[in-house]
Design a protein around this ligand. Structure first.
Ligand code: MF3
Ligand code: CO
Length: 248
């Protein structure tokens, strides 16, 4: 069942989203060769606490960290690690903020130091994929419009769309109905309505879209070892169109 959120609930989620966005701005300043993703994770946890919020991912289905930190060929659910980031890496930091019961979810990919032209293009295209999806997040549209907008664009740029992970409804809990697929399927899916709150979070790969799950049971990596990038926002559907709750 897809629940519609009240204006009051959306307002609270927006407050969480603004805090999350400000956290990403701080992360952007911290990301340099030499910092570790575990240090970033500690920073995020402290930053949220200082601002009266908590990291919703910590403890979720047994997940141990405040953030997911996915480096290079890691697609999503990478564990924060002690090893320092290196010049030329790309890293996706994903987190869910809980501020007084309002949740917001946003992932962002960052280049570390000087990155290759190919990595730069992947980041640019992946971010654009997110906005192509957001444009379709309007009342009266279909949930499938989002994937129909994203996949052909990603492929026209020579990249692929991961099929094994989806965006989702979000509200009192992290993952709610509906699933938001970032690729084309034969099904039109639910009609989008005012009051729905969704994440759009396409994972875009340099090579194959296929992945495998690491021994830790969480982390997805590309099957060919090539790069993966992801940009995610939490979006509320309003009568004035999509409202990006996690806008930076
Ligand atoms: N932020 C992730 C998402 O976009 C949720 C991951 S939950 C975790 O769906 F516990 F695995 F981190
Ligand atoms: Co997320």
């Amino acid at each position: 069942m897809i629940t519609l959120k009240s204006a009051r609930e959306i307002k609270q989620m927006h407050e969480a989203g603004k805090l999350l966005a400000s956290c990403h701005k701080e992360i952007k300043k911290l990301i340099k060769p030499g910092i570790s993703t575990l240090e970033i994770d500690s920073f995020v946890e402290a930053y949220l606490r200082k601002n009266g919020a908590t990291a919703e991912q910590k403890g979720y289905k047994g997940y141990q960290y405040a953030t997911c930190a996915s480096v290079n060929d890691e697609i999503c659910h990478g564990f924060p690690k002690k090893e320092p980031l290196r010049n030329g890496d790309i890293v996706t930091i994903d987190m869910v903020v809980n501020l007084d019961g309002g949740l917001a979810d946003s992932a962002w990919s960052y280049g570390v130091g000087r990155i290759s032209a190919r990595a730069r293009k992947l980041l640019t295209v992946a971010e654009k994929c997110l906005y192509k999806g957001i444009e379709k997040t309007v009342a009266g549209g279909k949930i499938s419009d989002i994937g129909i907008a994203i996949q052909p664009y990603a492929e026209s740029e020579g990249f692929s769309v991961v099929r094994d992970f989806a965006g989702h409804g979000i509200g009192p809990s992290i993952h709610e109905s509906p699933q938001v697929l970032h690729f084309i399927t034969p099904f039109r899916g639910a009609t989008l309505k005012e009051g729905m709150v969704l994440t759009i979070e396409p994972m875009i790969n340099e090579g194959t879209p296929f992945c495998r799950i690491e021994e830790n049971g969480w982390t997805a990596t590309t099957l060919d070892g090539k790069l993966s990038a992801q940009f995610e926002h939490t979006i509320a559907i309003t009568k004035n169109g999509p409202l990006i709750l996690t806008l930076q």
